[in-house]
Ligand binder design. Sequence first.
Ligand code: XMP
Length: 524
Amino acid sequence: TILVLDFGSQTSHLILRRLRSLKVYAEMLPCTTKLADLPFKPKGIVLSGGPSSVYDQGAPHVDPAVFELGVPILGICYGCQELAWIINSENVARGQVREYGHADVTIHSTGDNHVSCLFAGLGETMHAYMSHFDKIVKLPEGFVVVASTKNSEYAAIAHKTKPIYGVQFHPELEHTPRGSEILRNFAVDICGAQAGWVMKDFIQKEIIRIRHLVGDRAQVLGAVSGGVDSTVAAKLMKEAIGDRFHAILVDNGVMRLNECEQVKETLEKHLGINLTVVDGAGLFLGRLKGVTEPEKKRKIIGGTFIDLFEKEALRIERDAENTPNSGPIEWFLQGTLYPDVIESVSYRGPSATIKTHHNVGGLPDTLKLKLIEPLREMFKDEVRKFGEELGIHRDLVMRHPFPGPGIAIRILGEVTPERVAIARAADHIFISEIKTAGIYDEMSQAYVAISQDRAVGVQGDARVYGYIAILRAVKTLDFMSAEPYEFDFALLKRISTRIVNEVEGVARVTYDITSKPPGTIEME
Ligand code: XMP
């Protein structure tokens, strides 16, 4: 394992991602982690970038024990300045100009293999991405310069005898095209980490960790939706502790056509998960009656979910008390992914606690459960691989995300049973056609929304007055920005014909070509 100590840079997680894509296993912990408490011995340590200035009061600093572990260290940006500052606080100061963007790096030939090995195979120059104001102004004692740029004389430094390296630029970014080679040189050649990490190893490790954490008797509760994240987390928990894991699926009446039945079948029959389905359709639709304001709709759905979930959890808890050989419910499983964590914390500083993103809209306090998040270090594509490895069907693993408030935020205006049926039927046709055309995996998310107002049309010889079905399909990498999918026009026309012909209550079909921003992926 390579340990990444995070000083709070927006790109710290990319260091993990790059290392893992090189098949080197890496884990990330806050920069202030006490190294004596580490549950494993890392083969090497990366100090990430960060938003602070090393010389400021209150700036985060690494546990000095990092130098006593005897393993190689690579400092990146702030991490590099940290190495220089620890040796002598006068080594780092604010630069004359902020160096931001592309820079040409000149790699010096030092003639010493030990100091040059970080850049082995890279030649004499490379492009790199810089983003810093502070810089190293004096070469730290014991170090030599390995590379420089126009603005940074000490763009890369290496200790003369110890395996300690620092780079001012960001090798983890795609804008540093050969950055992966630098990280590979560090992790594999310098640290001796094996480049053979596979998902299977991670699964085994995680199962052991969960068993250790939960113990022999305690039980775990979790909400499932049929989405990739909650299903993968649930299957992992099942593998780790069997039927001491209880999954709850709340049918909120605004899932897609036949979705609740399908999710039940997959989780219970195919994955063998101990599942309770709570039928809340009537309650949800009753509370949504007459409500048109989007935020109010979301709040009602979130609140009702919590009410039902809590009730069911308390029931399972009571049952658990009366079951011999099993302990109390102590844990709550959540399928939080790394991007959710990043979105909910801007800075993982020394005193900042890591807040968690609540996929289920917050955990009721009355339950007093501890949170367990086995996927919190993972990215979506990794979770998909993970899911396949756990034997989850590819169709589920590749499923587009589906929002917690379901199609209620795709039915503009009031959610009525009649409009839910229309939205479901139209969405089912759209997604079926996309799958038949073999383009489902080319888009990130697709659905049909239903307008609030109605339009006139002519079908056969009769006048119809119905809703407008709005097709939406987007491509995105991070769901923060998105572009409309460029459909083949003949396919769009076929979808339109099918929806108007087959879904009673729809008079027109339109395709939403708004990007995000200024639009959002969902309608409400
Ligand atoms: P927007 O509409 O904000 O959506 O562009 C970005 C992504 O988030 C999903 N989304 C939600 N997911 N609960 C969820 O679990 C929600 O309340 C929610 N709202 C939006 C949306 O489907 C898209 O993938």
